[in-house]
Write a protein that binds this ligand. Sequence first.
Ligand code: IPM
Ligand code: MN
Length: 353
Amino acid sequence: MDFKIAVLPGDGIGPEISVQGVAVMDAICEKFGHKVSYTHALCGADAIDKVGDPFPEETFKACMEADAVLFSAVGDPKFDNNPTAKVRPEQGLLAMRKKLGLFANIRPVETFDCLVHKSPLKDELVRGADFICIRELTGGMYFGEKYQDDEKAYDTNAYTRGEIERILKVAYEYARKRNKHLTVVDKANVLASSRLWRKVAQEMAPNYPDVTTDYMYVDNAAMRMIQEPKFFDVMVTENTFGDILTDEGSCITGSMGLLPSASTGEHTPVFEPIHGSWPQAKGLNIANPLAQILSVAMLFEYFDLKEEGQLIRKAVNASLDANVRTPEIQVEGGEKYGTKEVGAWIVNYIKNA
Ligand code: IPM
Ligand code: MN
C-alpha cells in the first residue's frame, strides 16, 4: 500500500513519542514493502502559540488529504490554570473530531501479563481482562447546546436516532469479531437521551442474533469494571460516559502508557495513545512510547494489514519481556531505558524479525 500519513505531534511528550511512532511505521513499511509519506501539522497549544488556532485550517487539510492521522497528545498547564483563556488546546481535539466526523472512538482495555502487578486491582481479577470500549465521540454534551452566565449554566445531552444507530452498528461489528457479547451502557432510568439509546439498541439487537446484548446503567458499569472486568467483551456508550469509563478502564490495566486508540467515522481515521500530553515529562526522555507505537499497530489493522499489526504487537511484547521499559514500568534494579531507547529497540526487533 501507498500510505499518506498526517502526523500531529501536539504538546508535552507528544513530539517525543510521535518520533517513535513514525520510526516504527517506517520500519514496518520497509519490511512489508509499503510506501509511506508524512505531512507534519500543528495542533493543540503548539498551534495556538504559532498560529493562534488549536486546529488550523492547514492541519485540517493535511488530515483530509491523508489516509490516516497519527496523533500524539494536546494540552498545556498554562491553559488549564487560566479560566479566562479564549482558546484552549482541547478545542483543537474536539474540532478535529467534529470536522473529520470521528464518531466512533475505539479504546481497547487490554492487560499485559507482566504488568498485572501494577494494577490497583487484585491479580486474579485483572489478569486476562480484555475488552474494548466504543465511545460515541461527536455527539452528546460535548457538542450539544451550551449556556453559561454567572447564575446559571447548562450543557445539552442531545442524540439523534441516526447518531445512535451508526455507533451501535460499529459496536455490533466489533462484538461479532470478538466474543459476541455487547454491553450497552446508559442511564435510561433517569435520562431521556439514554432511553432513546436503549430503545434503538433493543430494536437493533434482533438483527445480530449471534451477539448477546445486555444493558447496564453507567453507575453499575463503573462498579462492574473494577469488580469483574472480565465480564466485558465490547461495551458501547455515549460520549461523556465513555470519557469517564475509558479513564477507569485504562488505569485498571496498570499501564495507561500502553493503551492506544482509534477514532473512525466519515473521513480520515485517527490513531492516538489514550494518555495525555504529560507536560511535566516533556523533553526528559522518560515517556512510554508504547501506546503510540501500538496505535500504529491499530492503524495497520484498520487497513486489514494484520501481519503488520501483529509484528508490532510481538515487538512490543518482546520489549516488555526483555525488560526494555521506561521508568514507570521498570522492574526494580533493572537497566534504565528512555523513550528513544525503547523505540529504537522495537525498530531493531522489527528489522531483524
Ligand atoms: C479524551 C480526553 C478529551 C475528552 C479531552 C482532552 C477534551 O479526555 O480524549 O478522553 O474529554 O474527550
Ligand atoms: Mn478523557
